[in-house]
Design a binder for this molecule. Structure first.
Ligand SMILES: Nc1ncnc2c1ncn2[C@@H]1O[C@H](COP(=O)(O)OP(=O)(O)OP(=O)(O)O)[C@@H](O)[C@H]1O
Length: 270
């Protein structure tokens, strides 16, 4: 079993909404077998914001996919709200690296796709859609097609779609990697507010150490494939985080420094 050291004990006794118990994921094809995850143990408690960092190809996306059931565990077990995850789950929000909007549908209809897939009550979904458009600053762009939006706006539309059914668990796989630095910063601030105000449980995969530490209550560091958790750090910062002030906070520098050290201070982890 992988030894996990924690620099500060998380004494939270809150309910584990996600329980990952000795999970391994192996991909088998005719050509080769890849073990993407090996004996991963992790509990995510209600209201936590977990950021997962690690070298490229170490299994970060696979871990999120195991939680959502897109790539279920081949050994061990993931439990979501107590239920074993064995197939894709509808009761989470998932945001991919690319917004994956349908090019022929306008913003509103892209968001409402979620309602159609889930056969949600139309009037309720429309009301929720309007609320999310306002929340993410997309009001006025309901009728725009994806190609008429900036990258950040497209990712915001994807965020609205992922949140339409009000999931209490949000999984985000490097959602801001393709954005310019300033837009990424703005999205970080929006996600911080969203997590806080909606009291969601979030797991984020990111290559940015700064993004991980700014957003997370706990940073999980994975080692090279086969993916294992090698260390985790509690981030002792207030839930409400001003961006500039956080960047200057000694706690931010302490955690970011240790994470960078562990990742070999590679330049790929800004
Ligand atoms: N569907 C799949 N079929 C076969 N192999 C896969 C599949 N998905 C992932 N892998 C392999 O599993 C390993 C982990 O991949 P994963 O995408 O989880 O890594 P990652 O840490 O998210 O990488 P990156 O940071 O580069 O996005 C890689 O070697 C990858 O090639």
């Amino acid at each position: 079993m992988t030894a996990v050291t924690t620099d500060q004990t998380n004494t939270s006794v809150a309910e584990a909404i996600v329980d990952i118990d000795r999970v391994s994921v192996t991909f088998e094809s005719k050509k080769r077998t890849v073990q993407a995850l090996k004996d991963v143990d992790l509990q995510i408690h209600r209201g936590e914001f977990i950021a997962i960092v690690g070298p490229s190809g170490c299994g970060k996306s696979t871990l999120l996919r195991a939680i959502s059931g897109i790539s279920p565990a081949t050994q061990g077990q993931v439990r979501l709200r107590g239920d074993a995850v064995v197939s894709p789950r509808q009761d989470v929000g998932f945001i991919f690296q690319r917004p994956a909007l349908m090019p022929w549908r306008d913003v509103r209809r892209n968001i409402m796709l979620q309602a159609e897939m889930r056969q949600m009550d139309k009037a309720q979904a429309e009301a929720r859609c309007r609320e999310l458009l306002q929340f993410t600053g997309l009001e006025g762009f309901e009728k725009s097609l994806p190609h008429e939006l900036s990258g950040g706006m497209q990712q915001r539309a994807a965020l609205c779609r992922a949140l339409l059914h009000e999931p209490d668990v949000l999984l985000m796989d490097e959602p801001f990697g393709a954005l310019d630095a300033l837009t990424r910063e703005k999205m970080n601030v929006e996600i911080q507010r969203l997590w806080r105000e909606r009291n969601m449980t979030v797991a984020l995969v990111t290559h940015s150490v700064a993004e991980a530490v700014y957003l997370a209550t706990r940073v999980i560091v994975m080692g090279p494939r086969p993916g294992r958790i090698i260390e985790e750090f509690d981030v002792n910062l207030p839930r409400e985080r001003d961006y500039e002030a956080t960047m200057e906070d000694p706690e931010f520098h302490r955690v970011a420094g240790r994470v960078r050290e562990l990742l070999g201070s590679g330049k790929s982890h800004e």
